[in-house]
Design a protein around this ligand. Structure first.
Ligand SMILES: *[C@@H]1O[C@H](CO)[C@@H](O)[C@H](O)[C@H]1NC(C)=O
Ligand SMILES: *[C@@H]1O[C@H](CO)[C@@H](O)[C@H](O)[C@H]1NC(C)=O
Length: 176
């Protein structure tokens, strides 16, 4: 290989180094969690570039999912004709609303100031709300239109996301 080609390759490598190192950071953090594939799939689309933006991206994924699930619950409440199911759904909405409206946005603000510990606490609490929603909701009994299964799947995804987010945040707190 000629020196000029080698020099050009080096230049090319140097040019792309920032992209590679950010990819490596997501990869590195995800490898420290027990959920590698899920972690990659959740973080990669938001292309966070450093530790701070990885933390914020993780909280954003949880926030979006929970917001989406709250919207789903509200649409189920409007459709429901079973008072027991409707009560359980309304309870889920009450559990999720403050987390979506206040707690997670506050945690994201705290992260921007470098406080990850608060976010770990808030996301741990979000996971408890998902548990509480699921318990109340499954106790209310079955329906016939598949919405029980749909909400169960959403609560499960939320719990998994919270577990992932906590693993990522803890890894970041330890310095990756
Ligand atoms: C919820 O999280 C999953 C897994 O990260 C992601 O694929 C999906 O797009 C998220 N949903 C919303 C509404 O953000
Ligand atoms: C971290 O990355 C985000 C974009 O993902 C950027 O806005 C921010 O300035 C970066 N922070 C540092 C300290 O480089």
């Amino acid at each position: 290989m000629s020196t000029r080609v080698a020099a050009a390759l080096l230049l090319l490598l140097a040019t792309f180094a920032p992209t590679h190192s950010s990819d490596d950071l997501i990869d590195k953090i995800c490898k420290t969690t027990p959920f590698y594939e899920f972690c990659e799939a959740s973080l990669r689309p938001l292309s966070p570039e450093n530790a701070t933006s990885i933390a914020a991206a993780m909280a954003t994924v949880v926030l979006r999912n929970m917001t989406d699930t709250l919207g789903f619950i509200q649409s189920q409440i409007r459709r429901s004709r079973d008072p027991a199911a409707e009560r359980a759904l309304a309870e889920c909405a009450e559990l999720y609303r403050p987390v979506v409206k206040f707690n997670i946005p506050q945690a994201i603000d705290a992260m921007r100031r470098g406080d990850l510990g608060f976010a770990v606490y808030v996301i741990g609490d979000a996971e408890k709300q998902a548990d509480a929603c699921q318990k109340g909701f499954s106790a209310a009994g079955d329906d016939d239109d598949g919405s029980t299964a749909a909400l169960t799947a959403r609560n499960k995804l939320l719990k998994d996301l919270c577990d992932l987010a906590i693993a990522v945040l803890k890894s970041l707190m330890k310095g990756g």
